[in-house]
Design a protein around this ligand. Structure first.
Ligand SMILES: [Ca+2]
Ligand SMILES: [Ca+2]
Length: 324
């Protein structure tokens, strides 16, 4: 958990490779700092600043020389210096990608927990500490420009950030979708903002996540359905919902089947969706298992679920706008 290191105060020599001992060699380097013939690095300043004793003032002067000389002679003992963690390093260059989710990799001191910021918001954490000094996180990118950086988190306190990486996401996902989705996938509107057209139906395979980003439209062919054996995440918002609709030019209730979440799936979290013209908006036993409200801020212009919604679907902020 602890990511900082403790080093002995006053230990400046040999220069750039201190030996853990205090002697006159350390004093001579401090003297050069005080005289201005040698400029300390920020870390050397931290180590050299030993006075006032127990409450160093960020400056190097004769007082620090006196305290260090007394420490060298064993007349006082200097409390050790806490050096904070090094900033993590993202092993990714600025550039363009068509990968989404995007696998972000980086390096840090082993034992650290890393938090990733995406477009100014905390996106993910490595959770437990980084074991071997490398980390990897799947990021959900937005269309166009994305800014990414990482920080070390120690007991909830953030350390220094990595460099910022600018990543341009170019959506090349085919707009005609059918069959099995068996790799983690993110569908954004893309610059074209064309709908994703589902002809016969798609199935999200087990251990696979399909993420639908705000503003997107899914247009379903006659009798088509979205079957979830893995995980479905719908990240719409009130002002920018994800619309599940009929592909018919004269849409009517029952044109397409609906979203079917299988009992052994990873479940579905549906936020900010419009579900219309389906036979059953959402069906499945997924909610009975998890007990979580999974459908939020969603307008269903179709019956939301099969069975009894009160027991089968936990719903929050849900408005049934279906009219016969
Ligand atoms: Ca030394
Ligand atoms: Ca001082």
């Amino acid at each position: 958990m602890a990511s900082g290191t403790e080093i002995p105060a006053g230990d400046l020599a040999p220069l750039d490779n201190p030996d853990g001992e205090l002697n006159v060699a350390d004093f001579l380097i401090l003297q050069k700092f005080v005289l201005g013939t040698l400029i300390p690095t920020p870390e050397q300043l931290l180590i050299a600043d030993v006075a006032p004793l127990g409450n160093p003032d960020g400056e190097l002067n004769a007082g620090d020389m006196v305290v260090l000389m007394r420490a060298i002679h064993g007349l006082v003992s200097l409390p050790p210096i806490q050096i904070g963690p090094n900033a993590p390093v993202l092993t990714v260059a600025n550039g363009t990608t068509d990968q989404n989710p995007y696998f972000l990799t980086g390096e840090s001191d082993p034992g650290q927990e890393i938090r990733i910021y995406l477009n100014g918001e905390p996106f993910a954490s490595t959770g437990s500490s980084v074991l071997d000094g490398t980390f990897g996180v799947q990021l959900i990118l937005e269309d166009g420009a994305n800014s990414i950086y990482a920080v070390v988190v120690d007991s909830g306190v953030e350390g220094p950030p990595s460099d910022m990486v600018a990543l341009e996401y170019e959506n090349n996902v085919p707009r005609d979708q059918d069959g099995l989705i068996d790799t983690n996938s993110v569908w954004t509107p893309g610059t074209s903002n064309e709908p994703y057209v589902i002809g016969a139906g798609v199935t999200v395979a087990p251990d696979t996540t399909l993420t639908l980003m705000p503003g997107k439209v899914l247009s379903f062919g006659a009798g088509a359905s979205l079957v979830v054996e893995g995980t479905l995440e719908v990240k719409g918002t009130a002002s920018n919902p994800v619309r599940f609709t009929s592909g018919s030019i004269w849409p009517a209730r029952g044109d397409w089947e609906g979203i079917n979440v299988k009992p052994d799936s990873g479940g579905a979290v549906i936020d900010g969706a419009i579900i219309e013209y389906a036979r059953n908006g959402i069906s499945g036993e997924f909610l009975r298992k998890s007990g979580h409200p999974l459908v939020r801020k969603t307008h269903a212009r179709t019956p939301l679920a099969t069975g009894n919604p009160a027991t089968n679907v936990a719903v929050r902020d849900y408005k049934n706008r279906y009219r016969t």
